[in-house]
Design a protein around this ligand. Structure first.
Ligand SMILES: [Zn+2]
Length: 427
C-alpha cells in the first residue's frame, strides 16, 4: 500500500484540481480524498507542493529491441521513460525483425514484463515488413497485445493500402497511426526546405511532403469512418486538415513532439542532434502547433524517443540517421515552452500527457478509485540540468544536453510500485 499525501491532484477526466490524498493498494487506486487515514503498514509519499497526475502515456517511441540493442533495449528505454514520468509507452514496430506478426509482439510483451520499468504497449506494423505491400498479421498481433498499427519510419505506401488498413482495423478497435510523408518529395532531404536549408547548403524537405499525406489520409478517414492518428505532426497545413476533419466529426487525432513545439528550422546547426524526421519546421508552423495544443485540436504530446548509438550519429549530417532522445526532457520542455510562457494551463498540459493519448488509444485515464495505480508526480518548481551523459538510455543523441529546466518528474508509479523517484529535495 502506498499513500500519496497532500499533493495537488490534477485530473483532467473529472476536472479535479484539489489538494487530496491518493491511496494505492494491490495495483489499483483504492481511495481519493482529503485527509485519508493511513492504513497500517502503508508507505507514505509526501507530495506536498507537488502535482499528482494520472500516469503519463507516450504514444510514440522506439525501444530498438529486438535487433538494435546497441542503441536501446526495452530495459534501458523504459528506465529512461520512467525518469521522464511515463508509466506506459507505445513502441513503434520498426525493429529487426519488424513487429509485423504475433510472435514478435509476444516477444516484446514478455521481455517488457520481465525487465520493463514501465508498461510497454507495442504498436504493430500496418504491412508485412513495413514494406507497404500486403497487410501484416494485424488480428493475431491484436490478440498478442498491440494497441495500434503504423508503418512508422515511413508512410503507409499507397492510398489503397491505407484504405484497407483502416477498414481492417476499425472493427478491431485499433487506430492507424500515420507517419505522414510523401517519399517522392522528401527523398534525399535532411532538414526543412527554406532559406535556412539554403544557407546551410543542406537538402531540404518541403512542408508539403507531410501535408499532402495528411490530406490523403483525412480523405480516407472520411471514406471509411475509421480512426486515423497523425504522428509527430509538424506543419500548420497538416493541422488545418486535422481541424477540418474534427469539424466534420471524423475520428482523426494527432500528436506533436516536444522538439517540434520547442525548436524550429533556424535552430538547425551542423550537429546531427538536430536531424529528425519530420524535420524542425518554420517559426510560423511552430506557433500554429502551439495554438493547436492550446485549443484542443491536437490530442497528445508524444516524444518520438528515437535513440541512435553514438557511432551512428557521429557522422556527417547527410549520413546520420533521423531522430533524438525524448523521454527525459518531454515534461520539462512542455512546462517551459507551454505553461511557463502562458500558452496553456497546467491542467491542459496534464491532459496532453494522459487523458489525451489515452483517448487516442480508446481507453480512459483518471485518478479515481478502481483505476490502475499508475500515477505521475511532478514538480513545477524543481530546478535541474539535463545531462545526457547521465541518462539510462544507451544513446546520447539529444540537442537539449546541458539545458536548465524548472519543473521535473519526481516519481513515476506503475501499478502501485515506484518505478522511479528523483533524488534530492522533496520539492
Ligand atoms: Zn515517424
Amino acid at each position: 500500500m502506498l499513500l500519496i499525501r497532500n499533493g495537488r491532484v490534477l485530473d483532467p477526466a473529472s476536472r479535479t484540481d484539489a489538494s487530496l490524498d491518493v491511496l494505492l493498494d494491490s495495483g489499483r487506486i483504492a481511495r481519493v480524498g482529503a485527509n485519508l487515514q493511513a492504513p497500517g503498514g502503508a508507505e507514505i509519499f509526501n507530495a506536498t507542493g507537488l502535482i499528482v497526475a494520472p500516469g503519463f502515456i507516450d504514444l510514440h517511441c522506439h525501444l530498438r529491441e529486438p535487433g538494435q540493442e546497441l542503441s536501446e533495449t526495452i530495459e534501458t528505454g523504459t528506465c529512461s521513460a520512467a525518469q521522464g514520468g511515463f508509466t506506459a509507452v507505445c513502441c513503434m514496430p520498426n525493429t529487426q525483425p519488424v513487429n509485423d506478426r504475433a510472435s514478435v509482439t509476444r516477444g516484446i510483451v514478455e521481455r517488457a514484463a520481465t525487465v520493463g520499468a514501465v508498461r510497454v504497449w507495442p504498436i504493430g506494423a500496418v504491412s508485412q515488413g513495413s514494406k507497404g505491400e500486403a497487410l501484416a498479421e494485424i488480428a493475431a498481433m491484436k490478440d498478442a497485445g498491440i494497441v495500434a498499427v503504423s508503418d512508422d519510419g515511413k508512410p503507409v505506401s499507397t492510398a489503397r493500402l491505407m484504405r484497407q488498413a483502416m477498414e481492417y482495423c476499425d472493427p478491431l478497435g485499433l487506430p492507424v497511426i500515420e507517419h505522414a510523408e510523401d517519399p517522392s518529395l522528401a527523398a534525399g532531404g535532411v532538414m526543412r526546405e527554406g532559406p535556412h536549408s539554403l544557407r546551410l547548403g543542406l537538402k531540404g524537405i518541403p512542408s508539403q511532403s507531410e501535408s499532402i499525406c495528411v490530406g490523403r489520409d483525412a480523405e480516407l478517414a472520411g471514406l471509411t469512418g475509421a480512426r486515423l492518428h497523425i504522428a509527430h505532426m509538424s506543419t500548420a497545413r497538416s493541422l488545418e486538415y486535422v481541424r477540418q476533419a474534427k469539424k466534420q466529426s471524423l475520428r482523426v487525432t494527432s500528436e506533436v513532439t516536444p522538439h517540434h513545439f520547442t525548436l524550429f528550422d533556424e535552430d538547425v546547426r551542423y550537429d546531427t542532434n538536430f536531424k529528425m524526421n519530420p524535420p524542425l519546421a518554420s517559426r510560423e508552423d511552430r506557433e500554429t502547433l502551439i495554438s493547436g495544443l492550446a485549443d484542443g485540436s491536437i490530442d497528445a504530446i508524444a516524444t518520438d524517443h528515437a535513440p541512435h548509438h553514438p557511432a551512428s550519429k557521429e557522422v556527417e549530417f547527410d549520413r546520420a540517421p533521423f531522430g533524438i532522445l525524448g523521454f527525459e526532457t518531454a515534461l520539462a520542455l512542455a512546462l517551459r515552452e507551454l505553461v511557463q510562457k502562458n500558452k496553456i494551463s497546467l491542467m491542459r498540459l496534464v491532459e496532453l500527457f494522459t487523458t489525451g493519448p489515452a483517448r487516442v488509444l480508446g481507453i480512459e485515464r483518471k485518478v479515481a478509485s478502481g483505476e490502475p495505480a499508475d500515477v505521475t508526480i511532478f514538480s513545477t518548481e524543481h530546478k535541474w540540468t539535463y545531462r545526457v551523459s547521465e541518462s539510462p538510455s544507451k544513446s546520447r543523441n539529444s540537442p537539449f544536453d546541458g539545458a536548465e529546466f524548472t519543473g521535473a518528474p519526481m516519481a513515476t508509479i506503475v501499478g502501485g510500485r515506484i518505478a522511479y523517484r528523483r533524488n534530492g529535495p522533496s520539492r
